[in-house]
Design a protein. Structure first.
Ligand SMILES: Cc1ncc(COP(=O)(O)O)c(C=O)c1O
Length: 397
């Protein structure tokens, strides 16, 4: 482990005080200043979808950096037009709003939902329902909607126009819908909440409920999107189409960008001046976004993600068979997998870190596996071998 003296930090303590620092990365590998190698199965929490410093992304960013960085949205941005058009071609959406992060994409979605009804003269329809254990980011709206007291304490005033119901309980959702309900937001695969895919029949029932009551359905695919589950967006495997969708993380492969996608009718009230972002859709971010899409949409890329997902999942299932007192089950889709633990997941992650494997925790005592989408079978085998070694060192019970 990297054990250099840590200088005092001017940064606020909101991230704790991490000590491990990386100075370079390549593919699935990260290196410290001492050149110690780590295998990265966290990928900046599902951000570096093509691994570290992918040559195609480096080339796109370098070329754009040598051409034009920023002009503002006062002028047409060719790279943003192109990326928006491609997202429209490959999803349900007709219109795209670009921003800089997942929370901003979610926030834009909430604003669009309210504006949609306001523009129809139904301003009383302004409440949005979310599911328990959800995570939608850290803006005021995003934390208010997720109802996690650790995140809301001291920040949110009142209920800010949000309601919440139990994950997967369609009757509870039906009961929560009122004349004031404008939208329902959910992650097709909950990430922070513990890699929980929303059941197919539930999500179909939610869509039906929305249609019956004229409610807008928004999917937060900030984590599950951009090929992570083996399709461009997870909803494409669920047979249910949203009215709006928040995307970010993998969209920039490590460069900050977010997007809110919407149908024509839903986006229509977002007239000139209704919303904005200084940096949103800037040439650097959207040039990289286009390069990410070039790769994700190339022949067989998403099929390979599915194969890698099966491979990792079956390796994790083998570990469960071998260590039944420590491990419970595997959840998730594609390369968004969760290993539910009987032993303390945080401790197992710390032990894996000591063996130079990076993993990340999720709710429900779950370890998240979010490797690069182009992870090799050898790298998967290496990660499984490290876990095997760590688990075999646990005392017998
Ligand atoms: C489902 C989901 N929504 C929103 C966010 C917030 O994204 P960001 O941290 O880029 O604001 C996250 C981040 O983890 C997420 O997983």
């Amino acid at each position: 482990m990297n054990s250099v003296a840590i200088p005092p930090s001017a940064l606020m303590d909101n991230y704790g005080s991490p000590t491990l620092e990386f100075v370079r990365g390549r593919g699935s590998e990260l290196f410290t200043a001492n050149d110690e190698r780590y295998l990265d199965f966290a990928m900046g929490i599902a951000v570096n979808c093509l691994g570290h410093c992918h040559p195609r992304l480096v080339a796109a960013l370098t070329e754009q950096a040598n051409t034009l960085w920023h002009t503002s949205n006062l002028y047409r941005i060719n790279q943003a037009e192109k990326l928006g058009q491609r997202l429209v071609e490959h999803t349900f959406a007709d219109r795209v709003f670009f921003c800089n992060s997942g929370a901003e994409a979610v926030e834009a979605g909430y604003k669009i939902i309210r504006r949609f009804f306001y523009a129809k003269g139904e301003a009383h329809k302004n409440r949005i329902i979310s599911l328990s254990s959800s995570f939608h980011g850290r803006t005021l709206g995003a934390i208010a909607s997720a109802f996690n007291p650790v995140h809301t304490a001291g920040f949110v005033v009142g209920d800010a126009g949000f309601d919440q119901v139990e994950f997967g309980d369609i009757e509870a959702l039906r009961a929560a819908v009122s004349e004031a309900t404008a939208g329902i937001v959910l992650e097709p695969v909950q990430g922070e909440g513990g890699i929980r895919p929303v059941p197919n029949d539930y999500i179909a029932a939610v869509r039906q409920l929305c249609d019956e009551h004229g409610i807008l359905l928004m999917f937060d695919e900030v984590q599950s999107g951009m090929g992570r589950t083996g399709s461009l967006y997870a909803y494409q495997q669920l047979g249910v189409t949203p009215d709006l969708l928040a995307s970010a993380k993998g969209l920039g492969g490590g460069f900050p960008i977010g997007a809110c996608l919407a149908s024509e009718a839903v986006a229509a009230p977002m007239t000139a001046g209704s919303h904005g972002s200084t940096f949103g859709g800037n040439p650097l971010a959207t040039a990289v976004g286009n390069a990410v899409l070039d790769e994700l949409l190339s022949e067989n890329f998403l099929i390979d993600v599915q194969h890698a997902g099966f491979h990792l999942r079956s390796g994790l299932e083998d570990l469960i068979v071998r260590y039944p007192s420590l491990l419970n089950s595997v959840t998730g889709m594609g390369l968004m997998l969760g290993l539910r633990c009987k032993t303390d997941a945080a401790l197992l992650i710390a032990k894996a870190l000591n063996s130079n494997l990076l993993l990340v925790k999720a709710g429900g005592n779950c370890i998240r596996f979010l490797p690069a989408l182009n992870v090799t079978h050898e790298e998967i085998a290496e990660a499984l071998a490290i876990l095997d070694k760590v688990l075999s060192a646990y005392p017998e019970d």
